[in-house]
Design a protein around this ligand. Structure first.
Ligand code: SF4
Length: 292
């Protein structure tokens, strides 16, 4: 158990803070996106959320190239950024993100992006508090999202506890694939939980998310038994070729309807994040399934 002071100073890695959100819990909210995820969903639209550490991304479409700029290469003394014989900028992603921090600052076109920043709880709470008046009027507050926000257990719990001390409404959006102990501790400081159930087919779940379904449903049942008063919104992203059949959705809806005070929300599938895969030097696995 941390005291007030140690909570405020606790640090974690955050990749975005989105103010004035109306889709992630009641009212107007500030959504804090924590880096790191326990799943690898094929359709993930936030690939920058998956790894725990800050990571470098490069948008070739914005880059002025070596002939017209080349500042990154001139400033980089250790080959983390270099160019090939055709003048193409190449990134050695095995270097620590600290090496890239300065290069991101000097890039005039923001072609270099560092996803993830180490921030402390007090710093985040002071950003969140700027919109207190809107929370008060709309019933909003702070939402922790990711990735899987509870993967950074101590940081997430400190954020929630601190928000509670400041009388800010708290919501956590979880994929459910997390230890029960972590979930149980975090629930003590939550006003609502958004819990993803993507499919009830265990084989499909494992194939598309690289994680088993059973521990998620176990957590869901324990949550209902241990915190019967905690409102739960089950969320299902509707993904083409995965769960977009009426039977599949009906199965999840019927499962949810067995529980009191539990709502079910369908989330539309989108491809807004697909470009980020190439920025991060990764393959977008969903492409080949969409174009079959
Ligand atoms: S500093 Fe930015 S714009 Fe200039 S060459 Fe490097 S990545 Fe491209």
């Amino acid at each position: 158990m941390s005291n007030d002071n140690s909570d405020g100073k606790r640090v974690g890695v955050v990749f975005n803070i989105q103010r004035f959100s109306v889709h992630d819990g009641p009212g107007i909210r500030t959504v804090v996106f924590l880096k790191g995820c326990s799943m690898r969903c094929r359709w993930c639209s936030n690939p920058e959320s998956q790894n725990k550490e800050p990571e470098i991304a490069y948008n070739i479409h914005r880059c002025l190239g070596v002939r017209h700029c080349g500042r990154c290469i001139e400033s980089c003394t250790d080959n983390a950024v270099f160019c090939d014989e055709n003048g193409m900028i190449l990134i050695n992603r095995s270097y620590s993100s600290d090496i890239f921090r300065e290069l991101v600052e000097i890039c005039p076109t923001k072609s270099l992006i560092l996803y993830g920043k180490t921030q402390c709880v007090d710093e985040i709470i002071s950003i969140v508090e700027q919109d207190s008046v809107f929370y008060f009027r709309s019933g909003g507050g702070i939402t922790l999202s990711g990735g899987e926000p509870l993967l950074q257990r101590e940081f997430a719990v400190s954020l929630l506890r601190k928000a509670k001390q400041h009388r800010i409404d708290t919501v956590v959006e979880t994929c459910g694939f997390i230890s029960w102990e972590t979930l149980r501790e975090a629930c003590t400081y939550m006003n609502r939980i958004l819990f993803d159930i993507k499919t009830l087919d265990p084989v499909k779940h494992e194939e598309y998310t690289k994680t088993p379904l059973e521990p998620i449903l176990d957590n869901f049942n324990k949550l209902k038994e241990t915190y019967p008063e905690l409102p739960i919104s089950v969320r299902t992203p509707v993904v083409p070729g995965f769960n977009d059949s009426p039977e599949e959705i009906r199965r999840i809806t019927e499962f949810v309807q067995k529980y009191k005070d539990t709502t079910h929300e369908l989330l539309p599938y989108h491809r807004f994040g697909s470009q980020k895969y190439s920025f991060l030097g990764r393959k977008d696995e969903m492409q080949k399934y969409l174009h079959k």
